[in-house]
Ligand binder design. Sequence first.
Ligand code: GTP
Ligand code: ZN
Length: 350
Amino acid sequence: MINLKNYGYTDFFERQITEKEKELGLIPARIISIQKESYKLLSTHGENNGKLKGSVFYQDNELKTYPAVGDFVLIKANNQGEDTIYRVLERYSAFSRANPSLPTKISGASAQMVASNFDYVFVMTSLNHDFNLRRLERYLTAAWQSGGTPIIILTKADLCADYEEKLAQVEEIAPGVAVHAISCYTGFGLELLNRYLIPGKTLVFMGSSGIGKSSLVNALAGKELMKVNDIREDDSKGHHTTTYRQLFALESGALIIDTPGMRELGLWSADEGVSEVFSDIEVLISSCRFHDCHHKTEPGCAVKMALADGTLSLSRYQSYQKLEKEARYSAKKAALYERRLQNGLKTGKK
Ligand SMILES: Nc1nc2c(ncn2[C@@H]2O[C@H](COP(=O)(O)OP(=O)(O)OP(=O)(O)O)[C@@H](O)[C@H]2O)c(=O)[nH]1
Ligand SMILES: [Zn+2]
């Protein structure tokens, strides 16, 4: 019999099951892949296909949370055919695709969830063409916001003569985040990643196409689980090779989620994430003489001073301003939507 604990099931989920649900005979399962409308599940009964319980999911479209890969759901197991999915248990971390008109916080249904219940987010960029600190900041912001712990992975170290300098640049923009330079070709740096391959813990990968995600998955697995796309190194224009959604276990007992949606993540709402990534700037701001300082002409402005003496680079400050503005914008949208939703509920409309 399968022990769901080996697949990340914890008390956090167990506590969410009501007495009534237990009486109904519902049991937990983890979603391990989704293809169109068809779900693949893992429960104590083993692997099976599942379908949504229609009466629960289709009537209440706006508020229902649809399952994503990584979710723990409650099912009625069926030994003859498909299991029936009753509901999605609350997630401790999640990524969803950008949908600015329907913020994820409020509507799990419309903002498409692409992965959930992961512990580590491998934020990846290659040390050659893809290397871009500003993009890394955006990924990092989204990673913090997802609820997972970001780990930065700089790939293709074998193609970069000055990787130590780049590593230092990354450490500067990512205070408190572990940064690893690796090469899947030479094996350089890979053994240091073993510390994240903990039984029952789930990993996701974030990064542009062609930076070596599949190669890393294969290296960690010790065998070819993912097809590696052979792109020419001189143009770096890989195309998406992974077209199926999956959650699978490595020999170490760690779990990996790799879904196509993870590869298309944008940055939509970064409210909490921004202060994590730019904590140095937030510290500066808090030491401006005026608490409502605009960091323009005010005397005693710590930001202006840091910009002047070079402790804060202009590009980093500009990137902070941009993300902070986006975060404020999406927070406003979220609030507006929430108000509309509540008004709708009060008047009985949905
Ligand atoms: N030089 C070098 N090339 C690498 C390394 N890792 C991967 N590559 C190459 O980079 C290309 C892309 O690798 P993939 O692992 O398919 O990258 P991916 O991020 O999974 O790409 P998508 O599936 O398109 O998202 C392939 O040609 C790999 O052989 C490395 O450590 N060093
Ligand atoms: Zn100021």
